[in-house]
Design a protein around this ligand. Structure first.
Ligand code: SF4
Ligand code: SF4
Ligand code: F3S
Length: 269
């Protein structure tokens, strides 16, 4: 049941791998336990709720019907539209039906991850299920997107806290992404940038330049065309934490539709 006085979160999962939830489980400031046990009331989440089956479906129904205007709807995963949405069903209902219904009474809607933002992996060409993200499925509604595969959990938490503190979404770009997190390119704050400027590039994985921490552009880094705060926020452990480029892997553009990784999977036929 909903805890008194705590903002309610209704979390719907569509075509996804649960990696976005897994990423959130590893948040450390604040921890997910603090967020769930002290700050929020997570009424419905298929993986994290103790309830299952009819019990959890009753909770979702109660939230949607009786708590209108009081819950934040979080969407994880893509939403298939082909053949009336039959390729993703939960409790006997299609994801598009559940999302459309829950969006009506939501205080705010957040799409977590690249799948929920524009279709992500599920929408890889030829996209037989016609998977789309929440903004396209819910045209006309404001959907805050937190893309990434998975996204940095702290960007999600900061967005939720902003919504709850100020009663409105933070400033967004034209793709619905909060500017505080997606306003700068990965390339702008990358610790290998001085090597890029000086023309020092790793040419192969494991070569001398790679081991010296030189720029990964020639290994396919998409940092120059990808907007995300990975170099400054990092993953886990804040400033001491790691991010793809710090451990020697080029940025593959996971926050950006049509760049790198997502361009690649959308070209698979
Ligand atoms: Fe999984 Fe990535 Fe989709 Fe999140 S965005 S559900 S991590 S495939
Ligand atoms: Fe830019 Fe990538 Fe080189 Fe970093 S590693 S400076 S993000 S091209
Ligand atoms: Fe994704 Fe590139 Fe950051 S791959 S996690 S946007 S460094």
């Amino acid at each position: 049941a909903t805890a008194p006085d705590r903002p309610i979160v209704l979390w719907l999962s569509g075509q996804e791998c649960t990696g976005c939830s897994e990423s959130l489980l590893r948040a450390d400031h604040p921890t997910l336990e603090h967020l769930l046990l002290d700050a929020l009331s997570l009424d419905y989440h298929e993986t994290l709720c103790a309830a299952a089956g009819h019990q959890i479906e009753a909770l979702r129904k109660d939230t949607v019907e009786n708590k209108k205007g009081r819950y934040v709807l979080v969407v994880e995963g893509a939403i298939p539209l082909a053949d009336n949405g039959i390729y993703c069903k939960i409790g006997g209902r299609t994801m598009i039906d559940l999302v459309t219904e829950a969006a009506e009474g939501a205080l705010a809607i957040i799409a977590i991850g690249s799948c929920a933002s524009w279709g992500g992996v599920a929408a890889a060409s030829p996209n037989p299920t016609h998977a789309v993200g929440a903004p396209e499925a819910l045209k006309g509604k404001t959907v805050v997107t937190i893309p990434g595969c998975p996204p940095n959990p702290h960007n999600f938490i900061a967005t939720v806290l902003h919504l709850l503190t100020f009663g409105k979404a933070p400033a967004l770009d034209d793709k619905g992404r909060p500017l505080f997190a997606y306003g700068k390119r990965v390339h702008d704050h990358c610790e290998r940038r001085a090597h890029f400027n000086a023309g020092r590039f790793a040419e192969r994985f494991g070569d001398e330049g790679h081991r010296q921490g030189w720029c990964l552009y020639k290994l396919g880094c998409k940092g120059p065309e990808t907007y995300a705060n990975c170099p400054s926020l990092r993953f886990s452990d804040g400033a001491g934490g790691v991010w793809p480029v710090s451990v020697g892997h080029p940025c593959f553009g996971c926050t950006e539709q049509g760049v790198g990784f997502s361009k690649g999977i959308h070209q698979l036929a």
